[in-house]
Design a protein around this ligand. Structure first.
Ligand code: TTP
Ligand code: MG
Length: 366
């Protein structure tokens, strides 16, 4: 009893360090709203066109424009009614004058001239092709294009490829095919069984788009921890060796990336049996104390995470896959202190600390 009071008082003291922001501002954050379900996506004819722009700007390394469109797409997806006019679009938070013009153009003509200009030229098509090579980001894609390369064959013969990119080219078709949920579940079961043979009592969760309920996934993001707070330490390397020996892991991309106390493996796997495709697999092993912030982060979406982190920043806090801190002083974007770590035993507790209503993973698909 006495102990829980101490914790409660400590929590109250830390909670007092949270900078309040007006509710009207808080409500503007995507993370304060549920993402709409697909069934309610009545403005898909609009978001499909805007999404082409967002994807192309991303491949051109224009992150600022790409995020701007992503934000508008998310806002429009969450709008519950079919948009019928420019004025109606303009009333949606996140949609400004220029975007409303684009919505009006789509409503009138069913398409967007800018999509033809920005997304349909030879350069845009080639950059999209090159961005599909695992390990090639926008800068590499652009460099290959500038070098005069136009096809994957050109890249194979004339570019100097990193080890990742060699895997990306060799498995181009497989790695650019989305994975049905059912197969993700099979991959999880395979990893869970292998991990369970090494250490008992592990918690194994598939995060990413799978946990958000998507019917298909780009890759498989598996998070592993152990409730006793220490047994996870014995798992990482033996598990990878085990999965490699059985032939399940076929290619390593990043063998071990140390991120604080978290360990991350990025690779390629293939289930046993005929006609199986190679699939991208991430395995992240985290200490139990970081489980909630880690599972929040790896569940995403990336847009939802950006919104959460920005809200935390506005409140003088800082959110990452390692934890939630309070009492952060910033000069511009630079943090001047470490702040204090809040107790986050569950995802719910992170929402509560940020003054948000809890959203289950399916409602974070922004
Ligand atoms: P991804 O596997 O890249 O994304 P995803 O699982 O949501 O979608 P996909 O079906 O294409 O695999 O990353 C997993 C999570 O990691 C993502 O949902 C949120 C987090 N993340 C970020 O917050 N920012 C990022 O830039 C990336 C790449 C991931
Ligand atoms: Mg994923």
């Amino acid at each position: 009893m006495e102990k829980s009071e101490t914790v409660a008082n400590e929590d109250d003291t830390l909670q007092a360090l949270v900078k309040p922001i007006p509710k009207s501002l808080q409500d503007k954050f995507a993370c304060a709203r549920p993402s709409s379900s697909r069934a309610k996506d009545v403005n898909a004819h609009i978001t499909v066109e805007l999404d082409k722009l967002a994807t192309t700007y991303k491949s051109k390394n224009d992150t600022w424009r790409a995020h701007g469109y992503q934000k508008a797409i998310s806002a429009i997806r969450n709008y519950p009614k079919e948009i019928t006019s420019r004025e109606e679009a303009l009333k949606i938070p996140g949609v400004g004058e220029r975007l409303a013009d684009k919505v009006a153009e789509i409503l009138e003509s069913g398409r967007l001239q800018k999509v033809a200009e920005v997304c349909e030229g030879e350069e845009a098509e080639t950059l999209k092709l090159f961005m599909g090579v695992w390990g090639a980001g926008p800068s590499t894609a652009q460099a290959w294009y500038t070098q005069g390369l136009r096809t994957l064959e050109d890249v194979c013969t004339r570019a100097t490829l990193t080890r990742h990119q060699q895997v990306g080219i060799r498995l181009y078709e497989d790695l650019n095919t989305r994975i049905p949920r059912e197969e993700v579940a099979e991959i999880e079961a395979y990893v869970r069984k292998a991990a369970g043979e090494l250490v008992h009592g592990l918690v194994v969760e598939v995060c990413g788009s799978y946990r958000r309920g998507k019917p298909t996934c780009g890759d498989v993001d598996i998070l592993i921890t152990h409730p006793d707070g220490c047994s996870h330490e014995k798992l990482f390397r033996p598990l990878l060796t085990h999965l490699k020996q059985s032939g399940f892991l076929t290619d390593d991309l990043v063998y071990q990336e140390q991120n604080g106390n978290q360990q991350k493996y990025l690779g390629v796997c293939r289930l046993p049996g005929k006609e199986r495709k190679h699939r991208r697999l991430d395995i992240i092993v985290v200490p139990y104390a970081e489980f909630a912030p880690a599972i929040m982060y790896f569940t995403g979406s990336a847009h939802f995470n950006r919104s959460m982190r920005l809200l935390a920043t506005k409140k003088g806090m800082s959110l990452s896959e390692h934890g939630l801190r309070v009492g952060i002083v910033r000069q511009g974007r630079e943090k001047l202190n470490e702040g204090q770590l809040l107790d986050t035993p569950s995802e719910e507790s992170i929402f509560t600390h940020l003054g948000l209503q809890y959203r289950p993973p399916q409602e974070r698909d922004h």
